[in-house]
Write a protein that binds this ligand. Structure first.
Ligand code: SF4
Length: 339
């Protein structure tokens, strides 16, 4: 597909969902869009968002992640330069020995070869094999339609050549469990059938799965409905994990009001409020004694409008305890928060 057709797809998606943000065309193409670290029960995680062409879907209701990247193609040479810059970043290189997981993102789909360079992906894997001796999981964010098992087999073989066995994880955005909310309101374009086909394919190889969910992703959802939606998602993922003997992590992001989206319009019209962190905890405690792990995302990535973040209120004091839960999966911490 040529670049113009892809730009058209991106614009179509943005317009369909009434997005008003612009893309970041001023960014230095030799630098990743963002890098940060997380601590989970899997150890130290490096999260890197490469600066590439934006997500081709681009239409999900509350998402303005594409605003951090370009609507135009970014050549493999720039992606390679971003990897060089990542590996020579003193904060990253000083942690090479302790990084146990890398999550690779481009705020879209890393496995979409039209927007993320294949050469860049291979180069990244070779650099990680060379310099991160204790890497145990490589996670790649993608929509399911870009997953080709042959490509995963190849990546997995390359990862096996490293000093430490490195498992492959696919990180898939699910956002809401309720079919109507996910596909009719949020416009995720993800059916359970497509998702379960992916799960079946992955289970044969033992790849790990991370599923992104958002608590209260759309206007018109009460706080209680939002809790129940996440509890239903937990039960669903637990069933799949048992059925396919699959390693599943739920990454739950409390929704923030992303600038330039329909959620911002609803927020300004007093028709939407972000979820309370206490309700997020109430939803997550449902995963206790279930065969999945849960990570609660606590970043609004600086993309929320003023007053539109779950981090704004007095509840932001809970973040340290929630981070402790993320590191330990100790459910007594969640019980204590709820009192
Ligand atoms: S949520 Fe993901 S798939 Fe949807 S528009 Fe945003 S980046 Fe694209």
């Amino acid at each position: 597909m040529d670049e113009k057709a892809i730009v058209k797809q991106i614009r179509f998606g943005s317009q369909k969902s009434g997005k008003t943000y612009t893309f970041d065309e001023e960014h230095d193409k030799t630098l990743p869009a963002e890098i940060w670290f997380q601590q989970s029960d899997e150890g130290l995680i490096l999260f890197v968002v490469f600066y590439t062409q934006a997500c081709r879907w681009s239409r999900c209701l509350g998402c303005n992640l594409p605003s951090k990247v370009s609507q135009h193609h970014v050549s493999y040479k720039f992606v390679m330069a971003q990897i060089d810059s990542l590996m020579s970043d003193p904060e990253v290189s000083s942690k090479f020995e302790t990084i146990s997981k890398v999550i690779v993102s481009n705020n879209g789909s890393v496995l979409d070869q039209e927007t993320f360079s294949s050469t860049g992906l291979m180069y990244l894997i070779s650099q990680m094999n060379l310099y991160m001796p204790n890497l145990s999981v490589l996670s790649m964010e993608t929509r399911p339609e870009y997953v080709e098992i042959e490509e995963l087999e190849f990546i997995s073989r390359a990862l096996e050549e490293a000093d430490t066995p490195t498992a492959l994880e696919l990180a898939v955005g699910f956002e809401a469990f309720d079919n109507r909310i996910r596909n009719e309101i949020f416009d995720k374009g993800l059916s359970l059938e497509v998702f379960e086909e992916l799960v079946l394919k992955m289970s044969i190889y033992g790849y790990h799965l991370k599923c992104y969910f958002m608590q209260k992703p759309v206007p018109g959802m009460s706080d209680e409905e939002a809790v129940i939606d996440i509890q239903n998602a937990i039960d669903y993922l637990a069933r799949l994990s048992n059925k396919y003997d699959l390693h599943i992590n739920m990454h739950l992001n409390p929704t923030y009001v992303a600038e330039g989206t329909a959620l911002e319009t609803a927020f300004r019209a007093n028709q939407y409020k972000p979820p309370r962190l206490r309700d997020v905890v109430r939803a997550v405690i449902h995963s206790r004694n279930k065969p999945i792990s849960v990570y609660i995302g606590l970043s609004d990535e600086g993309l929320a409008v003023e007053g539109g973040s779950f981090l704004c209120g007095e509840e932001s004091s809970l973040t340290a305890r929630i981070e402790e839960f993320n590191r330990t999966q100790d459910y007594t911490i969640l019980e204590q928060i709820l009192g």
